[in-house]
Design a binder for this molecule. Structure first.
Ligand code: SAM
Length: 224
């Protein structure tokens, strides 16, 4: 039997230093609002996995909240992890405890039911649709029954925003492909994969005229 290793992960190292100002200039707070949409729901939860956390903006918000969580931050990019670590280090008056793991999440799998909560902000759109079902199933296995998973990402709404959103998303993919070697070329809807993985949608908020969403999913407690 032969095993094929996946291609190397997208390389966000070079982008890490520019990531925050690019977002500030281009997204005018929409991505931040999406990331924080379900902060209150995750605050009482522990342990929490922040997967593909990037420069650590959600980590910082969580750490500044009332959270006493054990937090595991996972990212393939050493530079992103370093920025996340530095962001919380100087002002870290938090009860939360943070571990940092540098890993390609296609090869990293959380221990079964290890987490009470997960957040994947603008991560799932980094993967081609063929890789998503396995990845989502592995993350879901890492959640306890009743555990929460916040998924934030881009979407292409119907109606008047359909064409502008398609153009914007195509532009984003072209830019990220050039800057990081991102393998994904288009946006896949993870909804059916999350449902197949035993998750149920609890709440959903839309931002930027419906082009950005944040969803709160909960792992079902018993098979139906
Ligand atoms: C688009 S950025 C999103 C960062 C952050 N979550 C946010 O909300 O801005 C995607 C992040 O996922 C990480 N990433 C991409 N592919 C990955 C992989 N295969 N394994 C682990 N991390 C990955 C990147 O290094 C980057 O930090």
């Amino acid at each position: 039997m032969t095993f094929r290793r996946p291609s190397p992960p997208a390389d966000f190292d070079r982008l890490a230093v520019h990531y925050d100002w690019i977002e500030a200039v281009c997204a005018a707070g929409c991505l931040r609002r999406a990331r924080n949409a379900f902060l209150a729901e995750l605050t009482p939860v522990s342990p929490i996995g922040l997967i593909g956390e990037g420069t650590g903006r959600f980590l910082e918000r969580l750490a500044r909240s009332d959270s006493a969580a054990e937090i595991t931050v996972v990212d393939a990019s050493r530079a992103m992890l370093e920025r996340a670590r530095r962001r919380v280090a100087p002002t870290f008056r938090s009860r939360a405890r943070v571990d940092y793991v540098q890993a390609d999440v296609r090869l990293w799998e959380p221990a079964c039911e290890a987490f009470g909560g997960l957040a994947t902000h603008f991560l799932l759109d980094c993967f081609p649709s063929g890789e998503l079902p396995g990845l989502i199933a592995a993350f879901a296995r890492g959640l306890r029954p009743g555990g929460l998973w916040v998924v934030s990402d881009f979407r292409i709404p119907s109606g008047v925003m359909h064409r502008p959103a398609r153009a914007l998303v195509a532009l984003l993919y072209a830019g990220f492909r050039r800057a990081t070697g991102l393998g994904a070329q288009s946006l896949a809807d993870p909804t059916p994969m999350l449902e197949d993985a035993g998750m149920e949608l609890r709440d959903r908020r839309l931002f930027a005229a419906g082009v950005v969403y944040s969803e709160l999913w909960r792992k079902r407690t018993a098979s139906v």
